[in-house]
Design a protein around this ligand. Structure first.
Ligand code: FES
Length: 69
């Protein structure tokens, strides 16, 4: 789904950035994708998706650590 219409950013874009670039804050997200830098209406949704993506990334990292042990 589209999160930021001004910059054509989807939830998939945000999740990918968290996984591949280690983005973990709204500041970094805004800097890299432009989220919430124009009209600002996407800020709340972007923050929610970022939170979910970080939770998923931490869960996967925890599972990977358990599997490696
Ligand atoms: Fe994201 Fe406008 S919808 S800045």
């Amino acid at each position: 789904m589209y999160v930021c219409l001004c910059h054509s950013v989807t939830d998939t874009d945000i999740r990918r950035l968290v996984r591949t670039e280690g983005v973990c804050s709204m500041r970094e997200l805004s800097r890299q994708l432009g989220v919430a830098t124009q009209c600002g209406k996407c800020g709340r949704c972007a923050r929610e998706v970022l939170g979910e993506a970080l939770h998923e990334a931490r869960s996967e990292a925890g599972c990977a650590a358990l599997a490696a042990a």
